[in-house]
Design a protein around this ligand. Sequence first.
Ligand SMILES: [Zn+2]
Length: 236
Amino acid sequence: MTKELFLRDAYLREFEAEVVNLNGREVVLDETAFYPGGGGQPPDKGTLGIGPISANVVDVRREGGDIVHVLDAAIPGTVRTLRGTLDWERRYAHMRHHTALHVLSGVIWKNFGAKVTGGRMHADRARMDFSFPGEWTAEVVGEIERLTNEALAEERPVKVYELSREEVLANPDLIRTQTNLVPERVEAIRIVEVEGIDTQADGGTHVSNTREVGKIEITNHKSKGRQNKRVEFVLR
Ligand SMILES: [Zn+2]
């Protein structure tokens, strides 16, 4: 069972951990800051090493309760401790895009009653799909961009905390998200709240204030059917 340090501290970019399992190019540590991917956010990259030994982390995945780091070179089986360093520029870009997606999601829910159906972020862009009940025009897209940038500029804190399953189900704002996908056995559900804008059950990493996101610029939008709309954006 790997302790997931990124859940408590998204800004942790270096750590030292004990090797739990070392199998050629795959390493499990007792704790890690490497995000294993999920919820539309890609797995982290970076390095693991000790002294003169170093390897690039090319992929990270969840396997049961463990987080497996996949390396580009084998680490000697005698190594007991490793220092992890994230590719911080890339991860921080994911955090900024992830928080931007939540603000966008809150804005279109509050203003247009549209629910998000999917999202994907990269280091240089992001996209979001949602079911939008009304007419899908350039004016509407422009309005979504304007309202999102207005909300981001309000320097809203982003808070991370846990709620019980009962508390989540009793909150109508949370029901519209993916809470029903959380397994029954999970008692405490991690919540990410962009104050006053959006509250979701979420396992990803976020910036701590919307001021760190900057501005979005919608670069593409399309209608993929009556209920299915997509916007793509970059950060400025
Ligand atoms: Zn999310």
